[in-house]
Design a protein around this ligand. Structure first.
Ligand SMILES: CC(=O)[C@@H](O)[C@H](O)COP(=O)(O)O
Ligand SMILES: NCC(=O)COP(=O)(O)O
Length: 247
Protein backbone atom coordinates (compact mmCIF):
# COMPACT_ATOMS: atom_id res chain seq x y z
CA UNK A 1 0.00 0.00 0.00
CA UNK A 2 1.42 3.37 -1.03
CA UNK A 3 0.83 6.35 1.21
CA UNK A 4 3.91 8.22 -0.01
CA UNK A 5 3.60 11.89 -0.87
CA UNK A 6 5.53 11.49 -4.09
CA UNK A 7 2.98 11.93 -6.81
CA UNK A 8 3.63 11.37 -10.48
CA UNK A 9 2.41 13.45 -13.41
CA UNK A 10 1.24 11.64 -16.52
CA UNK A 11 0.88 14.10 -19.39
CA UNK A 12 -1.92 13.27 -21.82
CA UNK A 13 -1.05 14.59 -25.29
CA UNK A 14 -4.29 13.61 -27.07
CA UNK A 15 -5.35 17.18 -27.69
CA UNK A 16 -2.15 18.15 -29.44
CA UNK A 17 -3.32 15.58 -31.98
CA UNK A 18 -6.85 17.05 -31.88
CA UNK A 19 -5.46 20.32 -33.28
CA UNK A 20 -3.51 18.48 -35.97
CA UNK A 21 -6.50 16.36 -37.01
CA UNK A 22 -8.71 19.46 -37.26
CA UNK A 23 -6.84 20.40 -40.46
CA UNK A 24 -5.24 17.12 -41.49
CA UNK A 25 -1.80 18.71 -41.25
CA UNK A 26 1.46 17.21 -39.99
CA UNK A 27 1.60 19.69 -37.12
CA UNK A 28 1.43 20.10 -34.18
CA UNK A 29 3.26 16.87 -33.52
CA UNK A 30 2.21 15.02 -30.34
CA UNK A 31 5.56 13.23 -30.34
CA UNK A 32 7.36 16.58 -29.98
CA UNK A 33 4.93 17.51 -27.22
CA UNK A 34 5.72 14.25 -25.43
CA UNK A 35 9.46 14.87 -25.59
CA UNK A 36 9.03 18.44 -24.34
CA UNK A 37 6.80 17.15 -21.54
CA UNK A 38 9.45 14.66 -20.49
CA UNK A 39 12.10 17.40 -20.45
CA UNK A 40 9.84 19.50 -18.28
CA UNK A 41 9.32 16.78 -15.69
CA UNK A 42 6.51 14.53 -16.90
CA UNK A 43 6.79 11.08 -15.35
CA UNK A 44 4.93 9.39 -18.17
CA UNK A 45 2.98 10.08 -21.34
CA UNK A 46 -0.66 9.12 -21.74
CA UNK A 47 -2.39 8.59 -25.07
CA UNK A 48 -5.90 7.42 -25.84
CA UNK A 49 -6.22 5.69 -29.21
CA UNK A 50 -9.93 6.15 -29.73
CA UNK A 51 -11.90 3.83 -31.97
CA UNK A 52 -12.93 6.84 -34.09
CA UNK A 53 -9.31 8.11 -34.28
CA UNK A 54 -10.44 11.65 -33.56
CA UNK A 55 -7.00 12.57 -32.18
CA UNK A 56 -4.16 10.08 -31.60
CA UNK A 57 -3.36 7.78 -34.55
CA UNK A 58 -1.61 4.39 -34.59
CA UNK A 59 1.48 6.03 -36.08
CA UNK A 60 1.78 8.37 -33.08
CA UNK A 61 1.71 5.43 -30.72
CA UNK A 62 4.34 3.53 -32.69
CA UNK A 63 6.66 6.55 -32.80
CA UNK A 64 6.17 7.24 -29.11
CA UNK A 65 6.97 3.65 -28.27
CA UNK A 66 10.37 4.17 -29.90
CA UNK A 67 11.30 7.57 -28.50
CA UNK A 68 9.85 7.94 -24.99
CA UNK A 69 12.41 8.13 -22.20
CA UNK A 70 9.76 7.62 -19.55
CA UNK A 71 6.85 5.28 -20.19
CA UNK A 72 3.64 5.12 -22.12
CA UNK A 73 0.24 4.83 -20.50
CA UNK A 74 -1.93 3.51 -23.32
CA UNK A 75 -5.64 4.16 -22.87
CA UNK A 76 -7.94 1.92 -24.86
CA UNK A 77 -11.46 0.61 -25.12
CA UNK A 78 -12.01 -3.09 -24.48
CA UNK A 79 -12.31 -4.22 -28.10
CA UNK A 80 -10.58 -6.96 -30.04
CA UNK A 81 -8.98 -4.39 -32.35
CA UNK A 82 -7.39 -2.56 -29.41
CA UNK A 83 -6.38 -5.75 -27.61
CA UNK A 84 -4.50 -6.92 -30.71
CA UNK A 85 -2.84 -3.52 -31.16
CA UNK A 86 -1.74 -3.45 -27.51
CA UNK A 87 -0.29 -6.92 -27.86
CA UNK A 88 1.71 -5.65 -30.80
CA UNK A 89 3.15 -2.53 -29.17
CA UNK A 90 3.38 -3.83 -25.57
CA UNK A 91 3.04 -0.59 -23.59
CA UNK A 92 4.31 -0.58 -19.98
CA UNK A 93 0.94 0.64 -18.72
CA UNK A 94 -2.50 0.10 -20.17
CA UNK A 95 -5.63 1.81 -18.90
CA UNK A 96 -8.96 0.29 -19.95
CA UNK A 97 -11.56 2.98 -20.51
CA UNK A 98 -15.22 3.03 -21.57
CA UNK A 99 -15.75 4.51 -25.00
CA UNK A 100 -18.54 5.56 -27.32
CA UNK A 101 -18.23 7.36 -30.63
CA UNK A 102 -20.91 9.88 -29.74
CA UNK A 103 -19.38 11.17 -26.52
CA UNK A 104 -17.60 14.51 -26.32
CA UNK A 105 -15.12 13.02 -23.87
CA UNK A 106 -14.90 10.03 -21.53
CA UNK A 107 -18.02 10.81 -19.56
CA UNK A 108 -17.92 8.17 -16.85
CA UNK A 109 -15.97 5.23 -15.56
CA UNK A 110 -15.80 1.70 -16.90
CA UNK A 111 -18.57 -0.51 -15.52
CA UNK A 112 -16.31 -3.24 -14.18
CA UNK A 113 -18.91 -4.60 -11.74
CA UNK A 114 -21.39 -5.08 -14.59
CA UNK A 115 -19.02 -7.08 -16.82
CA UNK A 116 -16.53 -8.80 -14.55
CA UNK A 117 -15.95 -11.84 -16.78
CA UNK A 118 -15.16 -9.70 -19.85
CA UNK A 119 -12.84 -7.31 -18.00
CA UNK A 120 -11.16 -10.16 -16.18
CA UNK A 121 -10.30 -11.81 -19.51
CA UNK A 122 -8.93 -8.54 -20.88
CA UNK A 123 -6.80 -7.94 -17.76
CA UNK A 124 -5.42 -11.46 -17.94
CA UNK A 125 -4.59 -11.17 -21.62
CA UNK A 126 -2.89 -7.76 -21.29
CA UNK A 127 -0.99 -8.76 -18.15
CA UNK A 128 0.60 -11.53 -20.20
CA UNK A 129 2.43 -8.93 -22.33
CA UNK A 130 3.90 -7.46 -19.15
CA UNK A 131 1.66 -4.39 -18.95
CA UNK A 132 0.45 -2.98 -15.65
CA UNK A 133 -3.28 -2.83 -16.31
CA UNK A 134 -5.35 -0.10 -14.78
CA UNK A 135 -9.13 0.41 -14.93
CA UNK A 136 -10.58 3.89 -15.40
CA UNK A 137 -13.53 3.85 -13.00
CA UNK A 138 -15.75 6.11 -10.96
CA UNK A 139 -14.80 6.55 -7.31
CA UNK A 140 -17.41 4.01 -6.30
CA UNK A 141 -16.75 1.23 -3.78
CA UNK A 142 -18.61 -1.32 -5.93
CA UNK A 143 -16.43 -0.61 -8.95
CA UNK A 144 -13.23 -0.53 -6.88
CA UNK A 145 -13.97 -3.91 -5.29
CA UNK A 146 -14.84 -5.37 -8.69
CA UNK A 147 -11.53 -4.02 -10.06
CA UNK A 148 -9.70 -5.94 -7.38
CA UNK A 149 -11.67 -9.11 -8.16
CA UNK A 150 -10.86 -9.00 -11.88
CA UNK A 151 -7.16 -8.92 -11.08
CA UNK A 152 -6.20 -5.38 -12.10
CA UNK A 153 -3.22 -4.11 -10.11
CA UNK A 154 -4.24 -0.46 -10.60
CA UNK A 155 -7.22 1.83 -10.96
CA UNK A 156 -7.58 5.40 -12.21
CA UNK A 157 -10.38 7.31 -10.53
CA UNK A 158 -12.38 9.53 -12.89
CA UNK A 159 -12.24 13.06 -11.46
CA UNK A 160 -14.61 14.56 -14.04
CA UNK A 161 -17.51 15.03 -11.61
CA UNK A 162 -15.21 16.89 -9.21
CA UNK A 163 -13.89 19.06 -12.06
CA UNK A 164 -17.41 19.84 -13.31
CA UNK A 165 -18.93 20.60 -9.88
CA UNK A 166 -20.21 24.17 -9.71
CA UNK A 167 -21.07 24.99 -6.12
CA UNK A 168 -18.67 24.87 -3.14
CA UNK A 169 -20.83 22.13 -1.57
CA UNK A 170 -20.76 20.00 -4.72
CA UNK A 171 -17.01 20.54 -5.11
CA UNK A 172 -16.45 19.44 -1.49
CA UNK A 173 -18.74 16.41 -1.90
CA UNK A 174 -17.05 15.29 -5.11
CA UNK A 175 -13.60 15.79 -3.64
CA UNK A 176 -14.62 13.66 -0.66
CA UNK A 177 -15.88 10.99 -3.03
CA UNK A 178 -12.47 10.90 -4.72
CA UNK A 179 -10.69 10.80 -1.33
CA UNK A 180 -12.93 7.94 -0.18
CA UNK A 181 -12.22 6.13 -3.45
CA UNK A 182 -8.48 6.52 -2.92
CA UNK A 183 -8.77 5.11 0.62
CA UNK A 184 -10.92 2.23 -0.61
CA UNK A 185 -8.50 1.41 -3.45
CA UNK A 186 -5.49 1.48 -1.14
CA UNK A 187 -7.31 -0.75 1.35
CA UNK A 188 -7.82 -3.23 -1.50
CA UNK A 189 -4.08 -3.14 -2.19
CA UNK A 190 -4.50 -1.36 -5.53
CA UNK A 191 -2.29 1.31 -7.09
CA UNK A 192 -4.55 4.36 -7.28
CA UNK A 193 -4.23 6.95 -10.02
CA UNK A 194 -6.67 9.74 -10.84
CA UNK A 195 -7.49 12.09 -13.66
CA UNK A 196 -9.88 13.79 -16.05
CA UNK A 197 -10.80 17.45 -16.17
CA UNK A 198 -8.02 18.46 -13.79
CA UNK A 199 -6.85 22.05 -14.25
CA UNK A 200 -4.39 24.49 -12.73
CA UNK A 201 -7.15 25.83 -10.48
CA UNK A 202 -8.54 22.53 -9.18
CA UNK A 203 -5.59 20.12 -9.12
CA UNK A 204 -4.12 20.99 -5.73
CA UNK A 205 -6.94 19.58 -3.62
CA UNK A 206 -6.71 16.26 -5.46
CA UNK A 207 -2.90 16.18 -5.31
CA UNK A 208 -3.15 16.71 -1.54
CA UNK A 209 -5.06 13.42 -1.11
CA UNK A 210 -2.56 11.00 0.38
CA UNK A 211 -1.79 7.82 -1.49
CA UNK A 212 -2.47 8.81 -5.11
CA UNK A 213 0.28 7.40 -7.29
CA UNK A 214 -0.23 9.46 -10.47
CA UNK A 215 -2.43 12.19 -11.89
CA UNK A 216 -3.12 12.08 -15.62
CA UNK A 217 -3.74 15.51 -17.07
CA UNK A 218 -4.20 16.57 -20.68
CA UNK A 219 -6.79 19.00 -21.96
CA UNK A 220 -6.06 21.87 -19.55
CA UNK A 221 -2.36 21.45 -20.01
CA UNK A 222 -2.49 21.54 -23.81
CA UNK A 223 -4.76 24.61 -23.65
CA UNK A 224 -2.35 26.45 -21.34
CA UNK A 225 0.59 25.43 -23.54
CA UNK A 226 -0.86 27.55 -26.37
CA UNK A 227 0.01 30.62 -24.34
CA UNK A 228 3.11 29.63 -22.38
CA UNK A 229 4.63 26.77 -24.38
CA UNK A 230 4.46 23.06 -23.67
CA UNK A 231 7.46 22.82 -21.36
CA UNK A 232 6.30 25.71 -19.18
CA UNK A 233 2.76 24.34 -19.02
CA UNK A 234 4.05 20.96 -17.80
CA UNK A 235 6.54 22.50 -15.37
CA UNK A 236 3.84 24.72 -13.84
CA UNK A 237 1.50 21.77 -13.38
CA UNK A 238 4.23 19.62 -11.89
CA UNK A 239 5.21 22.35 -9.42
CA UNK A 240 1.60 22.79 -8.29
CA UNK A 241 1.18 19.06 -7.77
CA UNK A 242 4.41 18.58 -5.88
CA UNK A 243 3.74 21.59 -3.62
CA UNK A 244 0.22 20.37 -2.84
CA UNK A 245 1.41 16.84 -2.11
CA UNK A 246 3.99 17.94 0.47
CA UNK A 247 3.32 16.58 3.97
C1 LIG B 1 -9.81 8.43 -20.59
C2 LIG B 1 -9.56 9.88 -20.49
O1 LIG B 1 -10.03 10.50 -19.58
C3 LIG B 1 -8.72 10.57 -21.50
O2 LIG B 1 -8.33 9.75 -22.51
C4 LIG B 1 -9.46 11.67 -22.06
O3 LIG B 1 -10.71 11.13 -22.30
C5 LIG B 1 -8.84 12.18 -23.36
O4 LIG B 1 -9.62 13.11 -23.95
P1 LIG B 1 -10.95 12.79 -24.81
O5 LIG B 1 -11.93 12.15 -23.89
O6 LIG B 1 -11.39 14.15 -25.22
O7 LIG B 1 -10.60 11.89 -25.92
N1 LIG C 1 -7.27 9.70 -17.96
C1 LIG C 1 -7.42 11.11 -17.89
C2 LIG C 1 -6.49 11.77 -18.81
O1 LIG C 1 -5.62 11.13 -19.39
C3 LIG C 1 -6.53 13.22 -19.03
O2 LIG C 1 -7.83 13.74 -19.10
P1 LIG C 1 -8.03 15.30 -19.41
O3 LIG C 1 -7.08 16.07 -18.51
O4 LIG C 1 -7.68 15.50 -20.85
O5 LIG C 1 -9.46 15.57 -19.08
Amino acid sequence: MSTSNRILLGVNIDHVATLRQARGTRYPDPVKAALDAEEAGADGITVHLREDRRHIQERDVLLLKDVLQTRMNFEMGVTEEMMAFAERIRPAHICLVPETRQELTTEGGLDVAGQEARISMAVERLSKIGAEVSLFIDADERQIEASKRVGAPAIELHTGRYADAQTPTDVADELQRVADGVACGLAQGLIVNAGHGLHYHNVEAVAAIKGINELNIGHALVAHALFVGFKSAVAEMKALILAAAKP
